[in-house]
Design a protein around this ligand. Structure first.
Ligand SMILES: *Cc1c(COP(=O)(O)O)cnc(C)c1O
Length: 453
């Protein structure tokens, strides 16, 4: 057999998201208010985010949260996403492992990001918000939110990291096609943008700066809220539709995964595929399942960062987040997996890693692309550069299974396709791709200059 797909009937698509915080024995440390240093309450976030997303952010009691009917209706336009047995990849690796992937690239925007963009836009709309601001790196989150805002009738302003704005014109065109206004960041439209341009007129921008600009604009504009595409608890909550579907689809195969893998930027697709399976570990119903977050060697917050309080943005407008981080002043190398270039990892994953429920693997850019090309040549789908990191980790595990002669079941999340990232593949194919790994000094310096006083 070359490939086998498992799709759920519409009535089997989840009606609730899974909130792992309610079932964690050690709860994530609370986020702190940047001025008072008191634990954040939902009300403290209302000035920045929608109210329901703010309540979800701090909800440590309800394990299941209803998906609004209007959001579920949108989900059904592209869900369930297929769970696929990758026979051809298994054959090419000559491994006894069974490899499955959950294909989130089939969403209209080409990635998992729409799973959270839709509820965030919906909640803001029913709460009376008219305008949303956000940031985007490579443009995946910006395009997902642009489409979601169009669906629910909101205006969207996106700050796009300047180097991506210039180098990745097609995602900018996608956002504009779906009706969003896109500004390269740093820009002259905010205080923080003007400050950075004054200090460095040639600044390429960073995700941290773009977040600061988006928050600043939201706070100055009436009926305007900000939305974030990763890192925060409510974003990961929305992404659990991935794992909840995968759980039912794995049951259709008659197998249960031994190893579950997601690439890791801010943790939303990793948490999305993992947490519904991890709940069986937390309840004691199962043991031994391994969860692996695949991060880029160039931005290694899980494998080499430190658990501490840090801001989510460069200017320090966000609450203080207890997380494993490289420091909010960390400047990751300009790798192609733009969605993985974030300095921190969110509070839930940081606690789970600390408590030994999961592992992290660091993957170089060249190993990621080599794996992605093999995947494209066997399974036919050209993956996003971010997703290539998950594929590389899955291949590593499949080769270990081969060495040990074990029939292991591996499940990974294919977070997106790479059709708008072909320039990155060009570089790989012509041998021009460079691997980066920050030195210990660089990480120490960044952590030091990011210490919260
Ligand atoms: C944004 C993005 C990621 C990284 O974000 P997470 O929140 O860690 O999931 C990974 N893959 C794709 C395709 C993305 O767009």
């Amino acid at each position: 057999m070359r490939q086998k797909k498992f799709i759920l009937p519409e009535q089997e698509i989840p009606t609730q998201w899974y909130n792992i915080m309610a079932e964690m024995k050690n709860k994530p440390q609370p986020m702190l208010h940047p001025e008072t240093r008191q634990p954040i309450k939902a009300e403290d976030l209302y000035g920045i985010f929608g109210e329901e997303p703010s309540r979800q952010e701090v909800n440590m009691t309800d394990a299941w949260i209803d998906i609004p009917e209007a959001v579920r209706e949108q989900y059904t336009t592209y869900r369930s996403t297929p769970l696929v047995r990758a026979y051809a990849l298994e054959k090419a690796l000559d491994t006894p492992a069974h490899i499955y992937f959950k294909n989130e690239s089939v969403s209209p925007v080409g990635s998992h990001k729409l799973n959270s963009a839709l509820p965030q836009a919906y909640y803001n709309k029913i709460e009376g918000t008219t305008n949303i601001t956000t940031e985007t790196g490579a443009g995946q989150w910006g395009s997902a939110l642009a489409y979601a805002c169009k669906v629910f009738g909101l205006e969207l302003a996106v700050y796009m990291v300047k180097i991506s704005f210039e180098q990745k014109p097609y995602r900018r065109s996608l956002m504009q096609t779906w009706g969003a206004q896109v500004t390269p960041s740093p820009s002259m439209s905010t205080n923080i943008g003007r400050k950075i341009i004054t200090e460095d007129p040639f600044s390429n921008g960073s995700l941290g700066t773009a977040i600061s600009e988006a928050i600043e604009l939201a706070q100055r504009t009436p009926n305007c809220k900000y939305a974030l595409g990763s890192v925060l608890n409510h974003v990961t909550l929305h992404q659990t539709v991935i794992g909840l579907e995968a759980e039912k689809q794995m049951a259709m195969t008659g197998e249960y995964p031994d190893i579950i893998i997601g690439c890791f930027g801010g943790g939303s697709n990793f948490g999305g595929i993992s947490f519904p399976f991890m709940r069986h570990i937390l309840s004691g119903e199962r043991s031994g399942t391994r969860f692996i977050a695949a991060e880029p060697s160039s931005c290694p917050k899980l494998t080499r960062g430190k658990l501490t309080l840090d801001y989510g943005d460069e200017a320090g407008y966000t609450p203080l987040i207890p997380m494993r981080t490289l420091g909010h002043t960390f400047k990751p190398a300009n790798i192609h997996a733009g969605g993985l270039r974030f300095h921190g990892s969110g509070s839930i994953v940081s606690q789970l890693l600390e408590d030994g429920y999961m592992e992290a693997a660091d993957i170089s850019q060249s190993e990621a692309f080599k794996s992605g090309v093999l995947f494209a040549q066997t399974e036919g789908i050209v993956p996003a550069p971010e997703s290539n990191h998950a594929i590389a980790a899955a291949i590593r595990e499949a080769l270990v299974a081969k060495e040990e002669g074990k029939e292991r079941v591996i499940l990974f999340n294919l977070s997106g396709h790479g059709f708008v990232d072909m320039a990155a593949y060009d570089q790989y194919l012509t041998g021009d791709l460079v691997d980066y790994s920050p030195s210990e000094e660089t990480i120490c310096e960044s952590l030091q200059s990011s210490v919260i006083k």
